[in-house]
Write a protein that binds this ligand. Sequence first.
Ligand code: FAD
Length: 367
Amino acid sequence: MSNQTEVFVIGGGPAGLAAALAARQRGFEVTVADSLAPPIDKPCGEGLMPDGIAALQRLGVNISARHGQRFRGIRFVNSGLSAEAVFPNGTALGVRRTDLHRIMVEHAATAGVCFLWGAVVTGLDGDRVLVNNEAVRARWIIGADGGSSRVRRWAGLDIHRRKEQRYAFRRHYQVAPWADFMELHWGPNCQLYVTPVGPAEVCVALISRDPALRLEQALAAFPYVASQLASAKHRSVERGAISVTRKLARVCAGNIALVGDASGGVDAITGEGLCLAFHQADLLADCLIRRDLARYQREHRALARRPALMASLMLLLEHRRLRDRVMRSFATKPQLFAHMLATHVGAASPLQGAATGLALGWSLLTT
Ligand SMILES: Cc1cc2nc3c(=O)[nH]c(=O)nc-3n(C[C@H](O)[C@H](O)[C@H](O)COP(=O)(O)OP(=O)(O)OC[C@H]3O[C@@H](n4cnc5c(N)ncnc54)[C@H](O)[C@@H]3O)c2cc1C
């Protein structure tokens, strides 16, 4: 292990790998340390939206249908009503988290990133990172150590304006996807995501505010999904995670910057966490080359604005009566749902997004 590097990335999940790839693209010498070893798994809806695929491509990672299962859009299902729309900006990909990790690691290794796997970072000391009982000197330190980031704490950045958490459980089932949509099924106090991730496999993720609610128990409230999965073999064990919404006051201090879930997070309901992390990574590398972390601070906030707004709007639909009314509006005016989706995946301007919000509001008043 070399005792110095230009960029030290703490955490080799999708955000850390994206940050490493982006920094290598700008010519930095990069080291990534992660306490685990690849391929690293984590509960996730496993949907890569078209904007996320494009962001990965800009980082030099070409991900295609052979790595997972394409899907055309999003479908909401609630109390017998459904609304669906196709993405206006390409197709999305359902890809197993372990496959995404493997592909990103391969690309990063080819790009010349140096890896320290099974290496726990235990602290920071000025411009030195303490790892495996040794100190590595770094010009820049990137905290990509996920939602419970210790780097955030060590750097004094753990001051947030808003924090909310929900609980998620995920499992894979061996069954041919019954739709070329990612489905979001709304139930009593919980949501179920179904993402096609292969020709004979779907990923099912449950999100709720109840830490004790498990997938098999929740399926009873979703008879259609339960019937599709009835005879399907389990392809993975059920794994749990916490989905945190956190808005930090600052995401950098001195020579330290945070990316991905370490830098705050949007609720998993958006399916935008990965895409957001890829955009942040690209922006951060640009700011490192210009030695301008103040710009990272500013533009990081701007990047998070749309997903945070969409998350807040979607979480309003947890309220049953509002959700029923919104779903009736979507059912009678499908173009409204299509415009919402375009805003969600960044394919509509803020003005078009605002117009859609107004149109939905009007529809709610008149439906
Ligand atoms: C239920 C659920 C569904 C989701 N669905 C989607 C979806 O469909 N689409 C989407 O885009 N996003 C989705 N997300 C969000 C997405 O999963 C996250 O935004 C993404 O995983 C963030 O990646 P990360 O690299 O920031 O963090 P992580 O993936 O948590 O990686 C952090 C890494 O840091 C390492 N680490 C931590 N501490 C240390 C240390 N001290 N030393 C060394 N290593 C350390 C960990 O081992 C880990 O590998 C979902 C999230 C949840 C919870």
